[in-house]
Each structure stands twice: as structure tokens, then as C-alpha cells.
Design a protein around this ligand. Sequence first.
Ligand code: ASP
Length: 317
Amino acid sequence: MTQAAIVKKPVTKITFPHHDFLSIEDLNADDITALLDLAEHYVVQNRRKSQTTAMLRGIVVVNVFLENSTGTRLSFEMAAKRLGAEVLNLGVEGSSIYKGESFTDIIRTVGAMLPDLVVVRHKKNGAALEAARLLDCPVLSGGDGTREHPTQALADALTLRRHFGRLEGLKVAICGDIMHSRVAHSNITLLQKMGANVVCAGPQELLPALPCATSDMTEALKDADAVMALRIQKERMERTLSLTDAEYFHAFGIDEDKMKHASPAAVVLHPGPMNRGVEIDNALADDDRRSLIRTQIEMGVAVRMACLDLLTRNSRR
Ligand code: ASP
């Protein structure tokens, strides 16, 4: 694997004029490049033996995850701890949501404790923005309804940029449940802002009306440099999918056969959690020559460190 990306600017000079980070839509190409460049610095730092720094000593980060997560919550926690911050976690189970407490009241309660930064994940579109309006401290989205997963898109972009040395001009095919996927939405926005050619493919019933969407997998995968498989988000669907898992895998699952349409050096990505044998072939997911899935997870920690670093710069002054 090539490690082509180079940190061009000294990390202290990076400008990131945002109080919160809720959406890729709010960033321009310079902001995205600044975040990715800073994240490169954390990739290097995290690969050293003693990775933890005291940079965020005295900072308390609260993860409010009112929707389940394996990777993202752990990744935010790892990122904050690597920078020396204290982390508090509130999940669906530990909250009083079941007692009828509203999201607004949960956020107000967290805010009254004067945290330094809050990460919010919620199934409702716009929940992170609502939290940002209620809180004085910076808010970071950890996944917002069906619309935004900005740190996942950054992790994916960093993974691709390190592998190919660029984002501009890459053909990226995003395949699966595009309609309900916040990862797809954030990735499309980010990759297009950075000059990549994005094509989205999946069954008609899971495709939003986008100019880059097609139900023709061969057309989507043709000469693609990168193919991203997405999970069918059953928890967000109003109607059951008309295809069985086996039918879905045959028509839309990413396997070696379909990868033959892509560029010979094409790579596969998946944001997790994976349903092996449904949206991605089991062996392909673990094939180190093709799969960048483990790298995406590693890059996730680095980009979240970059976000925490940038958003806490004012409170550390
Ligand atoms: N982990 C990603 C998300 O939170 C993708 C998924 O759940 O399928 O959106």
C-alpha cells in the first residue's frame, strides 16, 4: 500500500474557522484539506510506541450516543484519551430516555455540567444542530439521522488519499442502501468537493433521486478506483426490502466477480458494521491486497483526534 500523502503545512498554523463540526456541507475544500493534513500528523503519532499526549489535559469530552454504535463511539473515546482528555459516555442504556426524558432535556442536563466538548449521535436528522444551539461548548456530530456522518467521511477520505496520494479525479463507487445512509451522504458531499467522481449504485428502492445514482452495478463499478459497500439500514426502513439477503448479495453485494469491472488496482471500503455475505463477500473484506477496511478504522481515530484538537483550541488558550 502506498503511503503517499505528505503533511504540507506545520500543524499549528492550520486554520479551521468553525465552532462546531456537524456537517461536511459546512466545510470547503481548504477546511477538508486542513483536517486531513492534521490527521496525517496523528496517524504518525499513533504509530509511535507511547502515543498518548497531555494536549487535552483538563478537557472533559462527553459522548452522547443515543443510537447504538461499536466503532464510532470507541473511536471518539480512543481519540480523546490519546490526546489526554477525560471522557464521559452516555448511551441509550444509561440515559433516562426510557423514562420519557426528551433529547432537549438530556442535552440541557449535559450542558449545565459545563463540558468542554460534546459528541452527539442520534437517529433524528438535525439532532446535532439542535444540540449545538443549546450548548455553549463545541459540538461534534457522531452520526446524525440519515444525513450526516462527517468524521466517517473524513476517515474514508484520509484512507483514500493515503492510498492513492490524491482524491481529485478518483472514481469512487458507493454501493448499497444509499437512501438511508448518512455515510453515503457525507461521502458524496466530501468527495465531490475534493474533485472525485462519485457514482452511487443499489436497488432502485434504496436509491435517492441523485444525478450520480444508478441501479446498474456494472456501469457504477466500471473502471472504479474504489468501491465502498454499505449496510442495508433495516432499522431506518419503513417497508421491508423486496429482496432476500441472498438475492441482494447476488445483485448488489461486492465480490471478486463484480470487482472485475473496476480498475485492476481497485480497493474496497466499508464503514462497518459489516453484514458479510450480504453487502460484501466474506473473503474480499479480509483480503489485504484489496480491502482498506482496517485502515478506515485506524484513520477514524486520527481524524477524530484532528477534530478534537481543532475544536478545543479556543478553550485551551
Ligand atoms: N456506522 C455507520 C453509521 O453509523 C454505518 C452503518 O451503521 O451502517 O452510519
